[in-house]
Every structure is written in structure tokens, then in C-alpha cells.
Design a protein around this ligand. Sequence first.
Ligand code: SAH
Ligand code: SF4
Length: 440
Amino acid sequence: MNVYDSARMTDVLRPLGYAPTDAVEEADMVILNTCHIRERAAEKVFSELGRLRKIGEERKAAGFGKTVIAVAGCVAQAEGEEILARAPYVDIVLGPQTYHRLPEMVARAARAGQAVIDTDFPVETKFDFLPDTAAPQTAGNLTAFLTVQEGCDKFCSFCVVPYTRGAETSRPVASVMAEARRMVDSGVREITLLGQNVNAYHGDDGRGTAATLASLAAELAQIPGLDRIRYTTSHPRDVDTSLIDAHRDNAALMPFLHLPVQSGSDKILKAMNRGHTAGEYREIVRRLREARPDLALSSDFIVGHPGETDADFEATMQLVRDIGFAQAFSFKYSPRPGTPAAGQPFQIDEAVKDARLQALQALLREQQDAFNADMVGRTLPVLFTGVGRKPGQLAGRSPYLQPVHVEGPESLIGQTVPALITQRFTNSLGGALTRERACA
Ligand code: SAH
Ligand code: SF4
């Protein structure tokens, strides 16, 4: 979501004459778009700010103008005042809901010569104020992110999102459709719909009723040229029958689903306030696989939530063994200020968290390797997104987001064509075009 937000910030700043650069030393303004989800991510902000201050000083000494430093995103939202106290050279602090006001903040910071802070949850929605002439952030891209839902009302014990991103909201269908059409017109072939709980989507459908993620995906699938639709992150509690059916009926919906479970222990799921049991998660997965037999799953796990015993952890391992994941993200529980779990008794030792994380990651790695190995000998539709590193090579991605390399003509870039998978590497697959395509 931060990638999407950064792109939209680029859009709002373009009319002011700003353009992106890869070299931070060249930048007149640097925006750190931050994440607050785990402690490590938040800490990085302060070390990065120190580095930027030095670069700013060097630029000044070399006769360039001032480097404007802005901190955006969820660390700004949660710790705005602390940022200004610890790093008084920061010029702008803006939360994730106010980046449409960035031009005004830049002007104010220049005028006032002092820090501007805007961490409101404004009544107007930023999406109504962002430029919509084209989709410049995706120009030349074949894949793109599109935020359709934001915020969260679920208040899991460990999570800062409801505090930093605010209450759950959905963009109206018309607004999403318009942005998707602009993306496809600029060449995008695959869109990933984004939301903190994307399948809680309930945008206004223009007829006075609420859409569902399934109905939105069905409408998107009608856009000529849009080959693939994905969505992330979904919550087990919001997987309804319409979404399960969509995986059977909507051919554009990719058979790869990120469905975080966090833990396999009912006791811990309850302590986490997840609102479902391990059994309910298994049942959802069973129904999804029944609807779409080639569906592969990805998930998020937290080890070491307060109160997690060896038996609870073993329940997580057993759930992983039973379900089998194609890919996963796993984290050590990280206490976040202001969240209920941070103040709970029975915090888990760092060493225990480390050991559990290692064991879980070893199992998940094994499953991912087995999943990738299983691709060899199969023919997969591959969306080619560019050239590979070797001459004559094309790079693309499979339905399961695996990078795939084949030899083939550049004319296939932007198309989805079948490739026979012949090789498996650590993080990618090698293959060959089926004969008629190789001559295209
Ligand atoms: N809305 C999604 C998750 C969004 S946060 C869901 O409910 O599934 C992304 C992931 O970060 C979470 O799934 C969780 O695994 C991890 N995470 C969030 N807070 C964390 C914390 N305090 N410590 C460790 N991991 C955390
Ligand atoms: Fe955080 Fe996801 Fe829980 Fe919401 S549902 S509080 S975003 S972990």
C-alpha cells in the first residue's frame, strides 16, 4: 500500500515541478514513506533521517538549495510529535490520509520556514482530491496496485493499523473503475486490488447499495485488456460465499490467495481477537480449493504473541503441515505502543521467539520449494513484463507470482502466453514457450 501511496504522492507533486529521482543527493525534497507495523520498521526511520540530514548539509555546502525533508505514512501518523522533537530539521510530517494536501504543505513549509504537521483524519477523502487525468505512476508498467479499501475496525490485539490508518472505508465502484480503466489504457494488464482488509470492500455501487469484492472483480474483469486481477490482504472473517464463487467463476481472478491466519492455536487466535478459529480457517480453505482446485495459498504468521506456549506453537506448525502454503510471511511478535497485547502479561522471551520463528520458517521454506518444484513439467500462463537479464530472454510472472524466464521475442511483452516450465531456481522458474508462440 505504501508503494501505491508513494506513486500517488508523485502524482500530486508533479504539477509543482517535482519529478522522481533515484539519486537522493540530487533531490530537492525527500519523502520517507514509513511503516509502523513492527518495531524494526519504525526504528529505521530515525536512522534514515540522520543520513538525510547529512546529505542535506553536504548539498547546502556545495551551493544547492535546501533539501526539504518530509516524513509520510504510519510512523508520521503515530509519532509525528516525537519525530519533530527528535529530528527538528524535518520540514513536513503527514499521515496516510492527508497526502492530497501535500502541495499546500510544501508551500506552507517554504513560507513559514518551520515544520508543518498534518496527521488529521479529514472528512474529505483523499481519493476525491487526487489528480485523475491519466495514471502517470503506472506509465510503462504492465502490473499495478490499486487501493480500493483502507483502514480497519477489527482491532487485533497486536496491530497498530486501526490507529494509524483509521476506520474502515471503501472507495465507490465508479472511482475504482475509472482508475482501473486509466491504468489499462496506459498498458497495465494485471491489477492488484489493495486494502488492509480488502475483502471487507463494500464500496457504493452507484445504485444506493454496497458492492462486494466479488462484484467489483466481476466488473473489472469486463475491462478489455485487463487480463489478471489479484487482491490483498484479505481477512478470513470476510471471506464470504460470493468471493469463494468468484474464484470458480471469474477467470481473471488469479488462483493465488494471500489469507493470513497468524496462528493455528484457538487460544492464541482468541487472545489476538482474530474472530475465527483454526477450524474455521481450515474450512474456508477447503471451500476455496473445492471452488478452484489449482488455488495456492500464502499467509502471515506471528510467533511469540503473549501467552503462546510450546503447544500453541505446535498447533501453528500442524496447521501449516495440514494446509500447505506456496509462500508465506512470518514474524516475531513485536509489541506496538498503544495496542492491547503490548501491555499483557506472559510476554515471550526473545530466544524462544527466535527458535520458533526458525522452525516455522524452515517448514514454510520446505513447502515453498516443494510447490515450486511441482511446477516443473507443467504449462503455465505467463504474463511477460519485460526482458530478462540474458540476451533474448523474456521475464514474466506466473499466476502464482513466481518470476519466470524464457527465450522469446520481445513482441510478447504485455501478453499472457503459455510456457512449459522446465527448471526451478531458488526464487524463480525457467521455461520454454510452446512451439507456435516461440515463432510469434
Ligand atoms: N489485515 C491483515 C494484516 C495486515 S498487517 C490481516 O489481518 O491479516 C500485515 C502483517 O503484519 C500481519 O498479518 C501480521 O502477521 C504482521 N504484524 C502485524 N502487527 C504485528 C506485530 N505487532 N508484530 C509482528 N507482526 C505483526
Ligand atoms: Fe491489523 Fe489486520 Fe487485525 Fe486489522 S485485521 S487489526 S489490519 S491485523
